[in-house]
Design a protein around this ligand. Structure first.
Ligand code: CAA
Length: 284
């Protein structure tokens, strides 16, 4: 059993520790946000839940995502990010490009009137919704079907792992709309596929399907659409079978590896292993 949540009750937050097997992190989401989070034991499932609008995202979606990260119960070890309906996410809500914008939220027109510092702060708050998915204590899995465009592609890239349906359509559309991908997606994309391929994909805004996504390392596995949920659950179960402290330390090492020299990485391995050996064999 699991309960719905968006945002969070700090009493159940990661910072202060979790409690029972099932948590209600907060009240229901306003329909405009279109996001819910269910926590069931060690697994949290974050669902983009505006299928009639293909799970288009707004600033409110990103703030709510950040809040979920802030208040995630400490016992959660796997976070699944999924989308309701035929598409994972059609990206940013295109109303944000109109002068009217999304009621109660910044549009690009109103954001353009802000000073550089305020505008950067607005983008940083949006990025916060994505960055927590890389924390070492959790493994995040994007379960992606149909379109994952722009912000949708970047949300999938923010996760550690991607399981895709065979109908997946990744597309980085921001440059075609006159913008850059700024929701933390450029680094994982370039890290995974390499700079030349990332340039080609972003600047042509072409669609990448399931077979190519697996070949490029953008997805760990592609499965028939009807098997996406079960495959994701099986992967979550396999991840949970590994000791949490060892998994956290290993993810910390692997995440830092691309930015280090071999010598630095070897030193980091030693430091992590000393801590593991002490934890496992102290007093024996
Ligand atoms: N924003 C707001 N509404 C959207 C939307 C979006 N991004 N994408 C789809 N919708 C709405 C449609 O307007 C439509 O609403 P109504 O039923 O009220 O008319 C509904 O969702 C269903 O859409 P479609 O009929 O088009 O559904 P489809 O399955 O035939 O096509 C799609 C799906 C290919 C994703 C198509 O909807 C589409 O191309 N959407 C726009 C994609 C896009 O350009 N996104 C922006 C990417 S850039 C970004 O995210 C970041 C950035 O700029 C900074």
């Amino acid at each position: 059993m699991a309960e719905a949540a968006v945002g969070g009750d700090p009493e159940h937050a990661r910072e202060t520790g979790g409690g029972s097997d099932v948590s209600t992190v907060s009240a229901a989401a306003p329909a405009e946000i279109g996001l819910r989070c269910e926590v069931d034991g060690e697994i949290a499932t974050v669902t983009l839940d505006r299928p009639d609008k293909r799970n288009a995202q707004t600033f409110a979606t990103w703030s709510a995502l950040a809040r979920i990260g802030d208040t995630l119960p400490e016992r959660v070890r796997v976070v699944v990010v999924r989308g309701e309906g035929p598409s994972f996410s059609a990206g940013i809500d295109l109303r944000m490009f109109t002068p009217e914008g999304v009621p109660g939220q910044e549009s690009f027109a109103s954001a353009a009137a802000l000073g550089d510092t305020e505008l950067e702060r607005l983008i940083a708050e949006a990025q916060r919704g994505f960055l927590w998915l890389r924390r070492p204590e959790i493994v995040s899995i994007a379960a992606v079907q149909g379109h994952a465009i722009g912000a949708g592609f970047q949300l999938a890239l923010a996760c550690d792992l991607r399981v895709v349906a065979d109908d997946v359509k990744f597309c980085m559309k921001e440059p075609a709309l006159g913008l850059v991908p700024d929701l933390t997606g450029t680094k994982p994309l370039a890290d995974i596929v390499g700079v030349p391929r990332a340039i080609e994909m972003c600047l042509t805004a072409r669609v990448v399907g399931a077979e190519e996504a697996v070949r490029l390392g953008l997805a760990e596995i592609a499965v028939p659409a009807g098997e996406l949920g079960q495959t994701t659950r099986d992967l979550a179960a396999a991840l949970l079978a590994t000791d949490h402290a060892a998994a956290t330390a290993t993810k910390r090492l692997l995440r830092a590896a691309p930015g280090r020299t071999l010598e630095e990485q070897a030193a980091a391995e030693r430091a992590e292993q000393v801590a593991r050996i002490r934890a496992l064999f102290a007093g024996s």
